[in-house]
Design a protein around this ligand. Sequence first.
Ligand code: ADP
Ligand code: MG
Length: 324
Amino acid sequence: MDTHRHLEKDVPKNREVLPMDSSVFNPYHNPNEVRKFNIQRSQLLIDDEVELGSGNFGCVKKGTLKTDSGQYDVAIKVLKSDNEKLVQEEMMREAEIMHQLSNPFIVRMLGLCKAESLMLVMEMASAGPLNKFLSNNKDTVTVEDIVNLMHQVSMGMKYLEEKNFVHRDLAARNVLLVDQQYAKISDFGLSKALGADDNYYKARTAGKWPLKWYAPECINFHKFSSKSDVWSFGITMWEAFSYGGKPYKKMKGPEVIRFIDSGNRMECPPACPERMYAVMKECWTYKHEDRPDFKKVSESMQSYHYSISNKAKLEGAAAAAEPI
Ligand code: ADP
Ligand code: MG
């Protein structure tokens, strides 16, 4: 796979490739330019050949969005036309959440299009889900790449925490890659905006939940907060450093709950640096009161990420200075 296809700017030779080198890295773009909530059907070109993903709701297709300021590669979540009102409302809620978010490490929603079916138009993250990318590219993705990507995910999550949104489905399958150096959080289908005075969301009934990614308070009391997203971040890190491995092997949901309640935690993946495993274990602190928040987690990720990229640079400089 050509992971550099988005690179348009020249990258200086003495440093690694960064998200801002990508042509789609645009943290300060004019929100009025492309973020029109309602998209006309005539502005959309849907590629019927390429299906990026599918689910109960329908499927995600590749396409192009035409605007006054240019053409954009987009991913389009298309609802099956026979879907009932409830599913449509779910997608409208997902769109409303995404509309309020603007961060380089979160997939941007460009708008909704109501035509032959309801369509959610998003910016394209063409390298796909993190778990699949890592298991397909084990030989070329380095541990440093994974540290970089997970640092970016922690920054995106810190932004969500500051805005008082809970994601509720953070997992490697929902982190999409623009390329090997650039990650974005996606899938806001279960997300909630918290009230100004609330720091958690209480689900009335348990649904089809990703139990292996959920903190004890989610399972026991249906309480969801940024702290429970931190637990899921720990599982996502484990998946990433296992190159897309499945957490808790073949264990079923109830077994995992017993395993955690007895004080057990997953082991350090073979390729994972000790300091990254230490962060994971902090994310899996049983009591949410004692668990770090994303401000803290992103600081830990940043300090480790910077320490290894400086080390690489120093070693590179030393090797270059060596007499032949
Ligand atoms: P679901 O709620 O069914 O999990 P997702 O939003 O996670 O829906 O999308 C399903 C799949 O569609 C993803 O796993 C991914 O492969 C693809 N997909 C979704 N959004 C994008 C995007 N913005 N860019 C590229 N692929 C996407
Ligand atoms: Mg998903």
